[in-house]
Structures are given as structure tokens and as C-alpha cells.
Ligand binder design. Structure first.
Ligand code: NIG
Ligand code: FE
Length: 425
């Protein structure tokens, strides 16, 4: 019997379904499930058909008022999933980018009173409404770049109430904005100034007061820690992640971003779903991640804007069998780009990933890193109809400075209509 449909996408030269099973690792990370001359139909926000356009009438009964999206001979890919952002914050640190252009390092800027501490000061005085108002345009920009689902972390409050306020803002955005959001509690993002000389006291506060409250109020799915030289040590990170796990907050880790911090081993020991950044991960850490099946969430845009001078060893991660995902790390300091296609461009041109690997990293594997692959990350019947229509070829996504994205569909609704971007082959 033909399935009912209220939206159909036709005239696609190619649909890259990125179909599962997830995660894709090793050579399987190159499989994008390409279907030529395909159509997609959806009903009530969920996909009911993906297959040859010629077979559409036999499989689908289109409502008389169905929305018809003409892909114009372009490509259709799944909506991007951004698995690592810090998009809810107050204040403005764009001057730090200028300082870095002039040669200051991330750590030097932080030591001079900038960095996370500066955003914490601004965020602590902001109301939930103010945080939502500040973050909404950021989500709009992400959506225009093709992101239909994203993770957002707290971590700029660093008191129980201010962390809770940030997480409430994330929940409010999820309810009110087309981009679906998933919340991560990152109370261990930095030591707040009032605990500068009492590390143990702060770790205890995170474990014994923040974690139980966040879990009890169901404000986050995940718990993250910034395991880094000068921030949280591996033993402290593990302690916090284990307290999170006991309370039902699942672990993920900022690992080996600015130095070989041991974060990859913490991720393995904590049973984390992802280890993020990994710019300085050692070969043994790569093997440990592969053996444990931890996802590597790589954030090359952060390495770029932080001028780290190097990138995560994506090639060795993939070749060793670690599932690799990409994210933007949108944040007030080094997270200037909201664009998953920019992260893909860096993945291909700075980290030696193939275009197909980068696409899977930005979709299915990113969804898996958030344990959302049953809902999003690929174009398959039963999944949400989250899709991006691209002008031209897959390679055109990697053009930096001009968007090849023509249409964005979220849960079966056209949310970014055909932009006035003329074809420019
Ligand atoms: O992922 N490293 C820690 N957190 C962010 C940066 C946050 C900030 O600078 O505000 C990151 O790079
Ligand atoms: Fe981050």
C-alpha cells in the first residue's frame, strides 16, 4: 500500500543518504549511500520513502496540498548534526581573535583575564531570557549553514544556579527553535575565580551539588569535563564523569585539545561516547579509543581560529578504526564559525579526510556521537525529514566564503527557503 506523504523532494541528481548502520568506521566511513535520480517523501516530519524518483508514484500517495521541493538538479544530504558547541553565553570576546592574529596564544589570553573566565563573568549576570535572546541568532546562522540538530554545553556559569540557568536556556531554545538541541552539563569547564585556590572544593561542588541537581531536574543528557593542562587533571575529570554517570548523565570529554592531557584515556576509563578535539592525542590514545569504540569528535575550526598550528590526526584515527565525527565548537573564544561545511573543508584540506568521510562525520557519525542516530543523521525511512539541498556537487559544499546550501528542511518543514545564490560552477 502506498504511504501518505505531505512533502516530497524531487529533481535531485543525487541523494547521499548516509544510511547506517552507525557508527561508520574504517573504510566504511567513506560510504555515503549515494542514490542517483532519487526522490524523498515524508509525512508528519518523518521520511516514508527514499529511492528512485521513477518509483515514487507506486510507493507514495501525495496529499493534494503536499509541499513539493524542487532540488533543481542539485544534491540532497542529511541535515548536519553539530555534536559540540558552546552556543549559549553572554558577552563578546571577538577581540581575542584580534589578539591571536597578533600572536597571543589561547592560554596567554586566558591568563590575562580573557578566555572562559571573561565569558563566565558576563554569563553569571544574564537571565535565562537574556541567554535565549543572545543565542537565538546563533542558532539561526547554524540553521542557514545546514545544521538541523546540535549539542550545546553549559560551562559558563560555574555556580550551581548559573549552570542551571544556562541549561534552562538550552531547553527553552530547543522548544522554540527549529534546530533540535541536546544539552551537556559542563560545570567542569574551568575553575571559577572564587575556587582558584581550592580545586578539591570545586570538584566536590560539581560532583555533590551540581550533578545531582542537573540530573534531578533532567536538564542535561550528557556530562563533559575540560581535561587539560592547567584546567582539570585526568583523575579529577574521571571522578566527575563517574559521578555524572552514577546520576544518569552520560560522559563525553574535552580531550587533548591544547596538550597531550591524557583525556583520551579518561574517555576510555569513563566509558564515554566521545572524546572531543584530540589535537594532541598520542598513538597509544588513538588505539585505546579504537579498542573501546569511543567516537572522536574533531573540531578543526577551533584549531584553525586558535592558531594551534596543527590538527587532530584524523587519518590515523580513521585508519585505526575510530569512528570520526565533526563539529564546529561554536563558542565565544575560538569558535567563530557556525558552519559544518567549513569544518568539512578543514577536515579535507587540513586533516586529509576524504569528502565522503567528512560528510559521514558531519551527519551519521555526529548523530551517533550523541546517541541520536535512531532519529537523525541519515535519510532513511522512519527517520526525521531533516535535509539540505545543495547547489552543484558535494565538492561545492567546501567553498569557503560562499554557501552552496539552497534549502534546509527540518522535520518536514522548509525552514530555509531557496536562497538567492546563483549557480556558479
Ligand atoms: O572547546 N576548551 C574548552 N572549551 C572551548 C573553548 C571555550 C572558550 O574559549 O570559551 C573549546 O575550545
Ligand atoms: Fe569545546
Amino acid at each position: 500500500m502506498a504511504a501518505d506523504a505531505d512533502l516530497v523532494v524531487t529533481c535531485a541528481r543525487l541523494v547521499a543518504t548516509c544510511a547506517g548502520p552507525a557508527p561508520r568506521r574504517g573504510t566504511a566511513q567513506r560510504q555515503i549511500g549515494a542514490l542517483a535520480d532519487a526522490a524523498i517523501a515524508a509525512c508528519d516530519g518523518h521520511i516514508v520513502y527514499v529511492g528512485p524518483a521513477a518509483d515514487l508514484p507506486a510507493h507514495v500517495h501525495l496529499h493534494h496540498d503536499a509541499v513539493r521541493v524542487d532540488a533543481g538538479g542539485g544534491l540532497v544530504v542529511p541535515g548536519f548534526v553539530d555534536p559540540h558547541t558552546h552556543a549559549v553565553y553572554a558577552g563578546d570576546r571577538r577581540d581575542e581573535l584580534r589578539q591571536r592574529i597578533d600572536g597571543a596564544t589561547y592560554e596567554a589570553v586566558a591568563a590575562a583575564g580573557g578566555g572562559i573566565a571573561s565569558t563566565v563573568a558576563a554569563t553569571r549576570t544574564a537571565s535565562v531570557d537574556a541567554l535565549v535572546t543572545a543565542a537565538r541568532p546563533r542558532l539561526n546562522t547554524m540553521l542557514a549553514c545546514g545544521t538541523t540538530t546540535c549539542e550545546i554545553k553549559s560551562g559558563y556559569g560555574l555556580t550551581t544556579d548559573a549552570e542551571v540557568a544556562q541549561l534552562r536556556a538550552i531547553a527553552a531554545l530547543d522548544a522554540a527553535h527549529p534546530v533540535d538541541t541536546v544539552a551537556t552539563f559542563l560545570g567542569a569547564h574551568d575553575l571559577p575565580p572564587e575556587y582558584r585556590w581550592d580545586r578539591t572544593g570545586y570538584v566536590t561542588l560539581v560532583k555533590d551539588e551540581m550533578v545531582p541537581r542537573v540530573a534531578q531536574e533532567r536538564l542535561a543528557t550528557w556530562c563533559d569535563v575540560f581535561c587539560e593542562r592547567g584546567v582539570f587533571r585526568p583523575d579529577e575529570a574521571l571522578d566527575i564523569l563517574q559521578a555524572g554517570s552514577r546520576a544518569g548523565l552520560r560522559p563525553r570529554v574535552h580531550a587533548d585539545e591544547l596538550s597531550a592531557s591524557g583525556g583520551a584515556y579518561v574517555a576510555v576509563a569513563a566509558g564515554a561516547r566521545s572524546a572531543d578535539h584530540l589535537v594532541f592525542v598520542e598513538a597509544a590514545g588513538v588505539r585505546a579509543l579504537a579498542d573501546a569504540g569511543v567516537c572522536a569528535v574533531l573540531l578543526p575550526s577551533a584549531a584553525f581560529y586558535l592558531k594551534l598550528g596543527r590538527y587532530a590526526p584524523a587519518r590515523s584515527l580513521i585508519d585505526t578504526g575510530v569512528p570520526v565525527a565533526l563539529g564546529t565548537d561554536r563558542n565565544p573564544g575560538g569558535g567563530l564559525s557556525p558552519s559544518m561545511p567549513f569544518a568539512m573543508a578543514l577536515a579535507c584540506f587540513a586533516m586529509d579526510m576524504t569528502l565522503e568521510e567528512a560528510l559521514v562525520a558531519a551527519t551519521l557519525n555526529a548523530a551517533w556521537s550523541l546517541d541520536l542516530d535512531d532519529r537523525v543523521g541519515s535519510l532513511e525511512p522512519g527517520k526525521q525529514m531533516d535535509a539540505v539541498v545543495i547547489d552543484g556537487d558535494l565538492i561545492d559544499l567546501l567553498r569557503v566564503g560562499i554557501s552552496a546550501i539552497r534549502i534546509v528542511i527540518k522535520q518536514g518543514r522548509v525552514v530555509i527557503p531557496s536562497a538567492a545564490v546563483p549557480g556558479d560552477p
